[in-house]
Design a protein around this ligand. Structure first.
Ligand SMILES: NC(=O)c1ccc[n+]([C@@H]2O[C@H](COP(=O)([O-])OP(=O)(O)OC[C@H]3O[C@@H](n4cnc5c(N)ncnc54)[C@H](OP(=O)(O)O)[C@@H]3O)[C@@H](O)[C@H]2O)c1
Length: 287
């Protein structure tokens, strides 16, 4: 049985790592805030002192971290994952980062003789708990093949997209679309409210036609109720828009409405909603 490492036990990583434990993998974990490892120690999982020790103990190490800064902090340095990598080992970074970060982490792992796969995910807290994420991998094909039994315990669909960077690009495009859809839903609810429409009627109309989608169906009523319990933290949605805009800047691709959506999320961050669900962007639109 493969020895698996898992680094980053936040909203997503906690649920994903639990699915690997449930599937019977021999797991070693690390999280910056040690408290979050406690539940895993109770499940009989090994808790390591550093990311390096996780990589040393594992055939394949997975990570699910906040952003590019977190992915780099965990990979580089004396106690980082790269320092624990040697020939035959693999690192699968599932965090949403920029293509540049994925490439620099890949280079550090490959320089140590290891293999690298980026594998950001589409789907939120519930799909992570249910093992039904969509996993967007790219990088070393052999590591993809070796990781598949574990990836299939976390996701319902696993795609291989080619060279490192393509997974990050795919993820940023998808989340840019999602961020734009969310701000437009909130603006629709705001305009409906000041025009005297019942929110439930508006959501019914949206759901009855071509605009029907699971996100509006789930988040719409929660926004109306002011329920922003966190599945996808708003600070991470703003990070993804920032990264998508950075990518578009490099490519010379105009993004008129994504730039406007980013301003909405920045305003909501400024109002203190960073740790709330991303639907709390409505607070910047419909106070
Ligand atoms: N939530 C979603 O719906 C969702 C869906 C798809 C993709 N994603 C992406 O998945 C990733 C994780 O999301 P999440 O919702 O699980 O976020 P989260 O709950 O905020 O967890 C972030 C994780 O990163 C760790 N971390 C942050 N900065 C660090 C640093 N400098 N050094 C080491 N560890 C650090 C945190 O450790 P501490 O516990 O010490 O803070 C925690 O384990 C993000 O890239 C996000 O964009 C999220």
């Amino acid at each position: 049985m493969l020895k698996i490492g898992f680094i980053g036990l936040g909203i997503m990583g906690n649920a994903m790592a639990r699915n690997l434990v449930k599937a019977g993998f021999d797991l070693t974990v690390w999280n910056r805030t040690a408290d979050k490892c406690r539940g895993f120690a109770e499940l009989g999982t090994t808790v390591s002192a550093t990311p390096r020790q996780v990589a040393e103990a594992s055939d394949i190490t997975f990570a699910m971290l906040a952003d590019p800064a977190a992915a780099e902090a965990v990979c580089f340095g004396d106690d980082g994952v790269a320092a624990g990598i040697s020939a035959g080992k693999g690192y699968v970074d599932m965090s949403t980062v920029s293509p540049e970060t994925a490439l620099s982490v890949a280079a550090a792992i490959r320089n140590r003789g290891g293999q690298f796969l980026e594998a950001p995910v589409s789907g939120s807290k519930k799909p992570a708990e249910e093992g039904t994420l969509v996993i967007l991998t790219a990088g070393d094909r052999e590591l993809y093949d070796r990781s598949l039994p574990a990836l299939e315990k976390m996701g319902k669909k696993v795609m291989f997209l080619g060279e490192v960077g393509q997974g990050a690009c795919m993820k940023l495009v998808v989340n840019m679309v999602m961020g734009g859809m969310m701000t437009m839903l909130c603006e629709g609810l705001a305009l409906g409210k000041v025009s005297g429409l019942r929110a439930s009627d508006l959501l019914d109309v949206l759901d009855a036609g071509a605009l029907s989608n699971p996100m509006f169906r789930m988040k719409g009523p929660q926004i109306v109720q002011g329920n922003f319990s966190t599945a996808f933290p708003l600070k991470h949605m703003q990070k993804d828009l920032r990264l998508a805009l950075g990518l578009a800047g490099q490519k010379g691709q105009p993004l008129y409405t994504a730039a406007a959506a980013n301003e909405c999320f920045k305003a909501a961050l400024g109002l203190g909603h960073g740790d709330d669900d991303f639907s709390a962007v409505s607070r910047a639109i419909m106070p």
